[in-house]
Design a protein. Sequence first.
Length: 140
Amino acid sequence: MRISTDPADIDFAVVHGFLSRDAYWSRGVPEATLRKAIAHSLCFSALADDGAQLGFARVVTDRATFAYLCDVFVVEAARGGGVGKALIAAVMEHADLQGLRRFSLATADAHALYARHGFAPLADAARFMEIYRPRVYADT
């Protein structure tokens, strides 16, 4: 297995298939929306020796002050083999993601994985605000 940040290594069909059908956070995401998001993000692909997409992570960042980790997944057939751990380790070690003031994410079920890399609940949640549209893809 290897981790790549080369956009040419992304198997878009696998990534879109997972994110649009299997991920609770992005179900129904349109292909054009995901293509635009990927084009404007730092993406990480976990790849099998034959090049098959095993996992994916996307970081929205200015590469200087902040980053937001999102769209992290491992395909079902590759779960339990350390792919997720390797993927997050590669994200955390990337040169463009060092020295940031804030690095955030949202998760419903992988708190332990991220805690190993220093992520913790918001230090002052009262400072954060959001516009949240959970059905945005269903309404398009």
